[in-house]
Design a protein around this ligand. Structure first.
Ligand code: UD1
Ligand code: MN
Length: 435
């Protein structure tokens, strides 16, 4: 009986223990929380996975769009390169920028620009006025009022440029350089044009002025060794040009200015270094134009009537007044001008010049030694100047370059024959010490 009772007691203890364990297990909080936590964790992971998937899809889409964009960009860049000539010849817009200041005679300039303008849309006229001169502004306004393709902008910075005493007499040149920078920024940066034809307010133009620039524009676009086209022949006096060849054009290393065409990309490379004064001489330094050339005509397409100006009247009376303005309309857009491309021109030019018989400037002026073209050799700055003077050419140098020179050679047409002043040494570069 006692044994039996003991067994029952042990059983009870075991049962109570079991009950205790079971209830403990049942209510054990850690286990419950960990389950819940695992669930939460799992759903969070699933959420994250979904987000990640979505993000992957989104970035995939974005990547596609970036790829598309890059491809289109490349396409249009190469297309533009390929079609450069066609693109330019098809539908060019060549604005004419008129640099004005305080001369009401800008009226004469504008009247001519309008008179010969073949197409308003192709050649919008933009007048940039410096100097805050009200009467001049009113003259300009009378043109802009009834033609939306003629506009005017004022150079806003009329502050007095601080100058050392010795430079005060050159103030005009400082103002001009500042104005040009503003005006060219206006045309290229503000208005976004591709190219521009720049004229000053004291220039007349020939009837084929626009045709000249339109016809030479493809040269400017296709030959990287050409940075400008100018309407001016620095030695363009009647006695020095071949009247029968109004269609004849040349390459020159000497920036002529006075009616010239410039491209936007060239302006982009010039503007940061733009000088404070004497911008035209600065453009005659090969360092500033990477030794590139300009195109110039045998017979000028502009004429300067500005006797009263910054450089006073002396230069006008000595030279400008005698310059010949072309009178015969040439259809430049219909001519083949590829002879001016560097690849063709340089070799043909030097071969021709050095195959010619020699003569002295005196012999040329005396009409001796036949009628054909001749070469007048020079060896130093002095001998160049002597010969130039004898022939009636400009004798000055800028950065060692004589006016109109190409690869050291200056050509003109005197007494019925073509004359080339040419180095009698192997020319490689201009010597800045000349002049
Ligand atoms: C000469 C050159 C000219 C060049 C200038 C600057 C000749 C025939 N002329 O000027 O091509 O640009 O040197 O080196 O070789 N102007 C202003 N602000 C001023 C003063 C003038 O914008 O404060 C304008 C004029 O309106 C004109 C231009 O600058 O369009 C040149 O001025 P001008 O008075 O004609 O001087 P040039 O002696 O002919
Ligand atoms: Mn002038």
């Amino acid at each position: 009986m006692r044994l039996y009772l003991r067994k029952i007691l042990i059983l009870c203890v075991v049962l109570v223990f079991l009950w205790f364990v079971v209830s403990l297990v049942d209510e054990f909080p850690v286990k419950k929380t960990s389950n819940k936590y695992a669930d939460q964790l799992e759903s969070k992971i699933m959420q994250l996975e979904r987000k990640l998937d979505n993000q992957l899809v989104e970035s995939g889409k974005l990547l596609e769009r970036v790829k598309d964009h890059l491809k289109n960009k490349q396409d249009s860049a190469s297309k533009q390169l390929e079609n450069n000539m066609a693109f330019v010849e098809e539908d060019p817009v060549l604005p004419v920028l008129v640099i004005a200041c305080n001369r009401i005679t800008v009226k004469r300039c504008l009247e001519n620009l309008i008179k010969f303008r073949p197409d308003k849309e192709t050649f919008p006229i933009i007048v940039s006025q410096d100097c805050d001169h009200e009467p001049t502004y009113q003259v300009i306004e009378s043109f802009t009022q009834d033609d939306p393709t003629i506009t005017v902008v004022k150079q806003p910075d009329q502050s007095v440029i601080p100058l050392e005493r010795a430079k005060v007499k050159f103030r005009g040149y400082y103002n001009i350089a500042r104005h040009y920078k503003f005006a060219l920024d206006h045309v290229f940066v503000k208005l976004g044009h591709e190219a521009v034809i720049i004229v000053e307010d004291d220039l007349d133009i020939s009837s084929d002025f626009y045709e000249y620039f339109l016809g030479t524009f493809p040269l400017l676009n296709s030959d990287p060794s050409i940075w400008c086209v100018s309407a001016w022949n620095d030695n363009g006096k009647k006695e020095l040009v071949e009247a029968a060849r109004p269609e004849l054009l040349h390459r020159t290393d000497f920036f002529p200015g006075l009616g010239w065409m410039l491209r936007r990309d060239t302006w982009a490379s010039l503007r940061a270094r733009w000088p404070a004064a004497f911008f035209d001489d600065w453009l005659r330094n090969p360092e500033n134009t990477q030794g590139r050339a300009c195109i110039r005509p045998e017979i000028s397409r502009t004429y300067s009537f500005g006797k009263v100006g910054v450089s006073k009247g002396l230069f006008f009376d000595l030279h400008l007044r005698y310059m010949q303005l072309n009178m015969e309309y040439v259809e430049f857009t219909k001519l083949n001008l590829t002879y001016l491309l560097k690849d063709k021109y340089d070799h043909a030019f030097t071969t021709l010049v050095y195959s010619l018989p020699e003569a002295t400037a005196d012999e040329v002026m005396a009409g001796q030694g036949g009628e054909g073209a001749v070469r007048v050799p020079y060896s130093t700055a002095k001998t160049y100047q002597r010969a130039a003077k004898r022939l009636g050419l400009m004798e000055d140098f800028r950065s060692g370059i004589p006016r109109t020179a190409y690869r050291g050679i200056v050509q003109c047409y005197v007494r019925g024959r073509r004359v080339y002043l040419a180095p009698d040494f192997l020319w490689t570069r201009y010597d800045p010490a000349w002049g």
